[in-house]
Design a protein around this ligand. Structure first.
Ligand code: FE2
Length: 203
């Protein structure tokens, strides 16, 4: 990739922070944040290659930015061919936007002690957005839709998600606590303002 257009991500995080300054209403955050995320994933020219690397064993979660008050975090979620999550929850609001490839999401609902698939598998194509939260549905299992190539989605969560205590579930409803952490030790530099923002040229 030529020089990544990182300013897109800088603009996204500053605009989302302004949304959170204005409202704490989750529905409004998901609506406005979803629109902003759709704008971000509409272009696949800004994610540096270091945060787009798959791992042969398991999917990767690279922290791209964390709000200084930990009101939100932005993560690139990189799927190797055929990789999948366990059934898991989030406990906070989240937005998922597909940057590259596509993914399959199956929602789950608790029935008594067990979890059962709720509704059909939802295929999320490049550019599409999905929301999760305890209010709108928080438990799902996600799979790379491709078993021969990488998919990447950009996730935004209403907390520093790598530090949130969450749970995975088996189909019998047994839960296992986990904290996801992050795959990276260094973050992209969103704050070097010394270089001019590239001018958009209309196609
Ligand atoms: Fe998830």
């Amino acid at each position: 990739m030529s020089e990544p257009r990182l300013h897109r991500l800088t603009d996204f995080v500053t605009t989302l922070a302004a949304v959170l300054d204005r409202t704490s209403d989750e529905a409004k955050i998901l609506e406005d944040g979803g629109r902003l995320l759709a704008g971000l994933v509409a272009h696949d020219d800004w994610l540096p290659d270091a945060y787009a690397q798959p791992d042969p064993v398991r999917y990767q979660q690279y922290l791209l930015h964390c709000d200084s008050r930990e009101r939100f975090s932005v993560v690139s979620f990189v799927w190797g061919p055929g990789q999948a999550t366990p059934i898991h929850d989030h406990t906070v609001w989240g937005l998922i936007g597909v940057l590259r490839g596509s993914e399959l999401s199956q929602s789950y609902a608790r029935h008594g002690d067990a979890f059962a698939a709720a509704g059909p598998v939802h295929r999320l194509e490049q550019g599409q957005i999905e929301a999760v939260s305890p209010r709108v549905g928080d438990v799902h299992r996600v799979t790379n839709a491709f078993d021969d190539r990488v998919s990447i989605s950009i996730h935004v969560y209403g907390a520093n998600i790598g530090a949130v205590r969450r749970a995975t579930y088996d189909r019998e409803g047994r839960s296992k606590p986990f904290v996801s952490g992050y795959a990276n030790a260094t973050l992209p530099n969103l704050w070097d303002r010394s270089r001019p923002t590239p001018v958009e040229i209309a196609p």
